[in-house]
Design a binder for this molecule. Structure first.
Ligand code: COA
Length: 228
């Protein structure tokens, strides 16, 4: 195992990959258990082995699904840029390309981002304001979930939940007591997703009219999704 990630002491988008193992049934159905691993990709095989062993003890049909946050490099950039949400969802989140452009345009918002992987396949993208000095209403923080998207082909499999859970653990380890986010209010929007995870409205709107929510940390099982 490599040393635990310490993003605050590194350049924002440097540092090791972050690996999380989730047990699912063979159809990608209900989640039964999860184990966290932080390290380089070589830790993945060991993580999968351990999860498989753990899970097959209770249910022989279980297989390991690994949700990992990986750096975006020249090797995976095009594949990550190709990810996209479903038609009609573009009004809830920008494209990956648009998010990377915003990250470059607003360094004062301290962008930190990763590609989301399920096993070896890129399935999504996440970007935070990482321990930023709040300058409301434009910059909210210190810890703000700025972008989250799961590719349309991979939605509804628990990946979004695992990413938020993972981010919550990561920032709490850095001293965060809450994770903020905002969403576009719409009947078919992501409000229910965030509520399901335990986010609560702060009562404030951002200048674009997005509803600002907060997730108290540490994330306890009773605050959001039941422990898996
Ligand atoms: C919103 C999004 C990130 C959720 O990711 P996901 O992987 O599809 O969601 P999950 O499978 O992890 O869902 C976790 C839980 O939230 C629920 N959920 C997911 N999307 C939901 C929605 N739009 N409304 C209500 N509940 C929702 C799921 O039913 C699940 O609940 P369960 O555990 O009781 O079954 C993803 O659908 C997405 O990228 N949407 C388009 C872009 C977007 O809106 N991003 C957010 C910008 S603020």
């Amino acid at each position: 195992m490599s040393s635990p990630i310490t993003p605050a002491s590194r350049a924002p988008n440097a540092g090791p990959n972050i690996i999380r193992v989730v047990a699912a049934d063979a159809e990608g159905g209900p989640r039964f258990a999860s184990l966290s691993y932080r390290g380089d990709p070589s830790a993945m095989a060991a993580a999968q082995d351990r999860c498989r062993r753990t899970c097959t003890a209770s249910d022989g049909k279980l297989v390991a699904v690994v949700v990992a946050l990986r750096e975006i490099t020249g090797a995976n950039r095009e594949a990550v840029l190709a990810l996209g949400v479903a038609p009609g969802q573009e009004r809830f989140v920008s494209s990956v390309r648009g998010a990377l452009r915003e990250a470059a345009e607003y360094p004062q918002a301290k962008p930190w981002y990763r590609a989301v992987y399920a096993g070896d396949e890129p399935v999504g993208f996440v970007m935070l304001s990482w321990n930023v000095e709040p300058q409301p209403p434009e910059i909210n923080g210190p810890w703000f979930l700025w972008k989250l998207l799961i590719d349309q082909r991979h939605q509804g499999r628990g990946y979004g939940l695992e990413v938020v859970r993972h981010i919550a653990e990561l920032v709490h380890a850095q001293g965060a007591t809450e994770l903020l986010t905002s969403y576009v209010p719409a009947a078919d929007g992501p409000a229910g997703f965030y509520q399901r995870l335990g986010f609560v409205p702060t009562g404030k709107l951002d200048p674009q009219g997005e509803v600002i929510m907060r997730l108290p940390l540490p994330w306890t099982p009773t605050a959001g999704h039941p422990a898996t």
